[in-house]
Design a protein around this ligand. Structure first.
Ligand code: C2O
Length: 536
């Protein structure tokens, strides 16, 4: 076991894309940021120094951070921001996790450019549950904006309308050949005929679900969200923001050049989205032919997504909780705030866009972080009345009456006993539009025991749950106009955010937070805060 020490300088850097140069926030001037490579069991120390003009925090997406939410990173949830000129050192260890995760800023929309891969190899001497690949490549998918990302966010928050869409999608920071002014930067990966290649595909985009494929090659899925899966073969994968999918590919085609490509999977009715295709080139050594383009599913091809996600299973029988102590039902989706007509009310019918979970639109505290309020017993920062079920039952995926369009704003948390077996059914609503939502839970991996379309019906759907080999994830794609059911044991004490990983929805309030109480003894108790924890 090794300790990895890194310095992350959050700093501004002029970067040129799409024939234009502008200044973005980076880590160490790199875009995407540095890839962290560790082994299961290692310790990691990252000193983050903020040399930029915005507050920042860093989140290690998908790392369980057992007893240690202090290193988790969401701004005003587990820590106050690292202010310009200050630093904070994240200290954590990798416990029983292998595969691909990533890190990103968790402060307003800075993660648009502040992100990188986090690769967790097996322990020394241990091996993958599949033949060792010849080549391993992190494939980080993202979005590029020609404007300063905070100004994009401000425009949306000021107008109350949907934000402007990104200007291009990217693979490892590059839009690729098909996009104007991008040929020169196109990323090329070279392989030998016969090589097996492990592609660690990460969706780091702010707001875009993405299809990904490689021309003429089959992809064998072997892990999602840093948990191994039962291998299966497909031609296309769908990765939601926050999710990762590891696929094996064999270079068994004619010596040549092949595009890998990603484009949007977009389900919200009439909502604009970035409809560009980003590419990189997989080239066999010495091949010079014109690269072959793959076909990608149509932007609204939900059938392909369903068929793909239904194939994801754990490698064998799991220890998914069978007896449930906390049976929660969260109706999630859009909502609208009434406001008086004017520049700040450019949502539909003079409203402001909002989003909610069980009709609560989440508001971050401003005085101190939730975790500090919890551990220091500071009153009036949050309440513990997050509703375990929706305040009103209605036809979630039908025509929703206008009276239900308006959520309440609040910082409402839900308390879980240590060790409780938790089930959450996440139900998409059709207020304004149905849309699929990648919902992420911090500090946990959960089993995905069921997914379906329409309203969740316990009498029918519970009996169909997969309680044998459900996959484990940290981010679940709740199907458009449908539901997903997850289960986990509340074995990680602390305070953990749950939210839609589409940042637009998060900014509109699609979030809530759990407090998981301490159990008995030192291995079940929240660790004390580090001495250099930032203050607000
Ligand atoms: Cu990857 Cu709360 O986020």
């Amino acid at each position: 076991e090794e300790t990895h020490y890194h310095e992350f300088n959050v700093q501004e850097q002029a970067v040129k894309r799409l024939c234009k140069s502008h200044t973005i926030i980076t880590v160490n001037g790199q875009f995407p940021g540095p890839t962290l490579e560790v082994r299961n069991g290692d310790a990691v120390i990252v000193k983050v120094t903020n040399k930029a003009r915005y507050n920042v925090t860093i989140h290690w997406h998908g790392l369980r951070q057992m007893q240690n939410p202090w290193a988790d990173g969401p701004e005003m949830v587990t820590q106050c921001p690292i202010m310009p000129g200050n630093s904070y050192t994240y200290r954590f260890s990798i416990q029983d996790q292998e595969g691909t995760l990533w890190w990103h800023a968790h402060s307003r929309w800075l993660r648009a450019t502040v992100y990188g891969a986090l690769v967790i190899h097996p322990k020394l001497g241990a091996s993958y549950p599949f033949p060792k690949p010849k080549v391993e490549l992190p494939i980080v998918l993202g979005e590029w904006w020609n404007r300063d990302i905070i100004s994009v966010l401000r425009q949306a928050l000021f107008s109350g309308a949907a934000p402007n869409i990104s200007d291009a999608l990217t693979i490892n920071g590059q839009p690729g050949d098909l996009i104007k002014c991008s040929q020169q930067g196109t990323i090329k990966y070279s392989v030998n005929s016969g090589d097996t290649v492990l592609l660690r595909v990460i969706n780091a985009a702010l707001n875009q679900q993405l299809f990904f494929t490689v021309a003429n090659h089959k992809l064998t899925v072997v892990a999602t969200d840093a948990v191994y899966t039962k291998p299966f073969t497909t031609t296309v994968i769908m990765v939601g923001p926050g999710q990762t999918t590891d696929v094996l590919l064999t270079a068994d085609q004619k010596r040549g050049r092949y595009y890998m490509a990603a484009r949007a999977y977009a389900t919200a009715r009439n909502a604009p989205f970035d409809n560009t295709t980003t590419t990189a080139i997989l080239q066999y050594k010495y091949a010079t032919s014109r690269p072959i383009l793959p076909t990608l599913p149509a932007f609204n091809d939900t059938n392909t997504v369903t068929a793909f996600s239904n194939q994801i299973k754990s490698p064998g029988k799991t220890d998914v909780p069978l007896k449930i102590d906390e049976n929660l039902f969260f109706a999630v989706g859009f909502g609208f705030f009434n406001c008086s007509p004017g520049p700040r009310c450019q949502g539909p019918n003079n409203t402001r866009f909002g989003a909610s979970m069980n009709n609560v639109s989440f508001v971050l505290p401003t005085r101190t972080s939730l975790l500090q309020a919890y551990t220091n017993k500071i009153p009036n920062i949050y309440t513990l009345d997050f509703p375990p079920t929706p305040p009103v039952k209605f036809d979630y995926t039908g025509n929703v009456p206008r009276g239900l369009w308006q959520p309440v704003r609040g910082t409402k948390l839900y308390k879980l006993k240590f060790g409780a077996n938790v089930q959450i059914v996440l139900q998409d609503t059709s207020i304004f539009s149905t849309e699929d939502h990648p919902v992420h839970l911090h500090g946990y991996h959960f089993y995905v025991v069921g997914q379906g379309f329409g309203n969740f019906k316990p009498s029918r759907d519970t009996s169909r749950f997969n309680l044998i080999d459900p996959p484990q994830r940290n981010t679940i794609d709740v199907p458009v106009g449908g539901w997903a059911a997850i289960r986990f044991v509340a074995d990680n004490p602390g305070l953990w955010l749950m939210h839609c990983h589409i940042d637009t929805h998060l900014a509109w309030g699609f979030a809530m937070s759990f407090i998981v109480e301490n159990g008995v003894g030192p291995s079940q108790t929240l660790l004390p805060p580090p001495a250099d924890l930032p203050r607000c």
